[in-house]
Design a protein around this ligand. Structure first.
Ligand code: ADP
Length: 360
């Protein structure tokens, strides 16, 4: 059977995926209160079926106390990793059909970004994150299609810290700085000098992730500190050859754990901390600007304003597909950040997401 027959067999899935083209999906996930923490009052007052979330400020009265935000979907604290992935799967699969896909985790430090993408420190089968599930799925589907298409899968993992790009898959720990080369021929391979490692099974992926995590700690006083102030981008490059026609299709999947979005108190931040905060601010607002410009179909898309948007340039907009998980921490002391996170998310979700908006 040919590639097109395979697509025919997957028509339902394919149609679902077609729907997502060009649009930016925004899913909101609420982190649960953590064990050992006082179970304070949640700022999440209500989660609707249709993608609405109501945030409440218990210190305010009347109509100022509540505010509703609308997204494609809102996941309550009870949502499992499996449920989160189920809604991500069509996008992941489309990388095998030759699309470029970006999946982002956005939110303040401690809101659950790493939990969604990677999983918790102590992993079980149930708690694997999107990254692992996505790769497992890609291997599974490429096996299913093996009679028609021969797939090759390779992985890159980079970190962007203070507007410098570094390879996380170097085995010698050299952690050298890399250049970005935007070239439409590269199809997602915008950091060509970063190690591109072929992977054949989930164990290969797990081994690589360990290398990546180890390298991420280089030069950091504490792993958590550094990782909350850098963006990590795991890119899966897929190349498929149609065994009948010999035609090649290429797709890629970027799995992005963004730096913490919290604003830094101007009076407190000095030196390195201030520099980091300025870089994070710049790249997150550049990302917001790019997505908003794409949604508004602007003539000029400001990709060049940050390293992050340059790396992802050919995977944002056009025929690419984008999903952003925005994470919120329901604790009262996080309320300010929760509101600014949701405002950012609403901004990137505007225009194209007519359906979600009209649910208000
Ligand atoms: P971030 O990456 O945004 O800084 P983490 O993913 O490290 O945040 O999450 C902070 C803490 O909360 C971690 O201990 C993590 O295991 C826990 N956590 C986050 N989300 C969930 C969840 N959905 N269920 C259970 N624990 C969670």
């Amino acid at each position: 059977s040919s590639y097109h027959q395979v697509l025919e067999e997957n028509r339902f899935l394919y149609n679902q995926v077609q729907d997502l083209k060009g649009a930016i999906r925004v899913y909101c996930r609420v982190r649960p209160f953590l064990p050992g923490q006082p179970n304070g009052q949640s700022t999440v007052d209500y989660i609707g079926e249709n993608g609405n979330i109501m945030i409440m400020n218990p210190l305010k009265q009347g109509k100022d106390a509540r505010r509703v935000f609308s997204f494609n979907k809102v996941f309550a604290t009870s949502a499992t990793q499996e449920q989160i992935y189920a809604d991500t799967q069509p996008l992941v699969r489309s990388a095998l059909d030759g699309y470029n896909v970006c999946i982002f985790a956005y939110g303040q430090t401690g809101s659950g970004k790493t939990y969604t993408m990677s999983g918790p420190d102590l992993m079980t089968e149930e708690t694997w994150g999107v990254n692992y599930r996505a790769l497992r799925d890609l291997f599974h589907i490429s096996k299913e299609r093996a009679d028609a298409i021969k797939y090759e899968v390779g992985v890159q993992m980079i970190e962007i810290y203070n507007e410098q790009v570094r390879d996380l898959l170097v085995s010698d720990g050299s952690n050298r700085r890399l250049d970005i080369r935007n070239n439409s021929q590269l199809n997602g391979l915008n950091v060509p000098d970063a190690s591109l490692v072929p992977v054949n099974c989930t164990q290969d992926v797990l081994d690589l992730m360990k290398v990546g995590q180890r390298n991420r700690a280089v030069g950091a006083t504490a792993l958590n500190e550094r990782s909350s102030r850098s963006h990590s981008v795991l890119t899966v490059h897929v190349r498929g050859r149609d065994l009948e026609s010999n035609s090649i299709l290429k797709g890629c999947l970027h799995l992005v754990d963004l730096a913490g979005s919290e604003r830094v108190d101007k009076s407190e931040a000095v030196g390195e901390r201030l520099k980091e905060a300025q870089h994070i601010n710049k790249s997150l607002s550049a990302l917001g600007d790019v997505i908003a410009a794409l949604a508004q179909k602007s003539q000029h898309i400001p990709y060049r304003n940050s390293k992050l948007t340059q790396v992802l340039q050919d995977s944002l907009g056009g025929h690419a597909k984008t999903l952003m998980f925005v994470h919120i921490n329901p604790e009262l002391n996080a309320l300010g950040e929760t509101i600014s996170t949701l405002k950012f998310a609403e901004r990137v979700a505007t225009i194209e997401l007519g359906a979600a908006q009209s649910n208000k």
